[in-house]
Design a protein around this ligand. Structure first.
Ligand code: PSV
Ligand code: MN
Ligand code: MN
Length: 399
């Protein structure tokens, strides 16, 4: 055991932290990576062409497998259909399996085709709504084939101008499409509903915030839950409050993690706002320790996914960086002494409570993460191990 870890252990024992539990939690967290994070991306001004990009979904799986190989905590990849459309999904599943990974959330894409310019499930034209519903149903089938239990929905539907669409009716149309889709789920499947306050629609978006997604999920039933994409909020929104509230209602299903400075910037997770990420995990871990088993279950069943796009940086290292940043903030949140926070709250000790939370954020968890990675049999420094592996150079032959 190295000296740094020995000191860390002594420090945490003195603070009353159960390090065995911390290790177990760090070993069991799973973070899904998105297939669309491995390909050329850009801004609305330019998509930059990079060398070595995956030429198909099979090669995206190969790149995603690298992230899992070096971190040990990313065994699933989210698919976006039709971006990831293949002839034979069973074959894709087998290919992924041979690489040691599996298929995660299935994301229908209802914003790519010309017909959806004025909306998909909220379109005033019932034929277009039918087409959208058929695509949702196709995605449920794909999920069943590849063994995924999550259908993750985001709708670009909205309007750009006042009067452009019948706002109340559009929500009802969406509900009808989603109800048909919901009814096609098997009992083990979940439907996650993501919200976003603007973009691409600039006047109104049909599911603009967590309350609208929550309401939709409630109407649909137990298997529908809310997905929080950290980039989809107005400046200053208290995301950890939304997280705590949704867990309290047993309706938080998953996350799309990314970082933002202004809008939906989709930057590397935790690059701009690590404290926010830490505070999100603090709320989740506090809920996981709740006396109500249903709250515990919700907190323990959250699907953690990354949703970032890389405009200028190398894809695989950027994804590894995001995963490591999530892991670091999760590790720090595991060091919050919840009993101490609670005692300060009972005493109405404002500064004491804030100190008990912040103290964990200020800890250096490097020795802890190195020790956990050693136990997991992955490199202590996944980023430099990946960079030295030569994989980034080997894929340049793809062109
Ligand atoms: C939309 O901004 C979003 O966050 C949704 O999750 C999409 O599926 C994803 O980005 C990719 O466009
Ligand atoms: Mn998202
Ligand atoms: Mn987004």
């Amino acid at each position: 055991m190295d000296r740094a870890y020995k000191l860390f252990e002594e420090q945490q024992l003195a603070r009353g932290i159960d390090l065995k539990q911390v290790h177990e939690k760090l070993k069991s967290i799973r973070i899904e990576t998105p297939s669309w994070g491995y390909v050329n991306q850009g801004t609305r001004f330019k998509t930059f062409e990079k060398m070595g990009m995956p030429r198909n979904t099979y090669e995206k799986m190969e790149d995603a497998a690298q992230v899992h190989k070096f971190t040990g905590i990313c065994p699933a990849v989210a698919l976006h259909i039709p971006w990831d459309k293949v002839e034979d999904y069973t074959n894709l599943k087998e290919h992924a399996g041979s690489l040691g990974i599996s298929m995660g959330a299935i994301n229908p894409n209802l914003f790519q085709e010309n017909e959806y310019m004025l909306g998909s499930v909220c379109n005033i034209d019932s034929k277009i709504r039918r087409k959208a519903t058929e695509h949702l149903l196709e995605c449920v089938d794909i999920a069943k084939t590849v063994g995924s239990d999550v259908l993750s929905l985001w709708f670009a539907d909205g309007t750009n101008y006042p009067g452009q669409g019948p706002i109340r009716q559009r929500v009802q149309w969406m509900y009808e499409c989603l109800k048909e889709t919901y009814d096609a789920l098997t009992p083990n499947m979940r439907m996650l509903i993501e919200y976003k306050f603007y973009e691409p629609a600039f006047y109104h978006t049909d599911l603009a915030d967590w309350g609208m997604a929550f309401n939709m999920a409630n109407k649909l039933g137990k298997q529908a839950e809310v997905l929080v994409d950290t980039g989809h909020h107005a400046q200053g929104t208290n995301i950890e409050h939304i997280v705590a509230y949704l867990i309290g209602e047993k309706k938080l299903g998953g996350f799309h993690f990314n970082s933002r400075k202004y809008g939906d910037d989709d930057l590397i997770v935790g690059s701009v706002n690590p404290y926010e990420l830490f505070l999100i995990f603090y709320q989740i871990l506090d809920a996981a320790a709740d006396q109500d088993p249903a709250i515990q279950t919700t907190a323990n069943n959250i699907a953690y996914m990354i949703d970032q796009s890389h405009n200028i940086e190398d894809k695989i290292p950027a994804m590894i960086r995001s995963v490591l940043n999530v892991q670091t903030q999760y590790a720090k949140a595991l060091l919050v002494n919840l009993a101490e926070v609670r005692a300060a709250q009972e005493k109405q000790d404002v500064l004491g409570a804030e100190q008990a939370v912040r103290e964990a954020f200020e800890m250096d968890v490097t020795p802890l993460l190195r020790a956990v990675r050693e136990e997991m049999g992955v490199p202590c420094d996944p980023m430099s191990a990946y960079l030295q592996s030569g994989y980034g150079i080997s894929i340049l032959s793809r062109g």
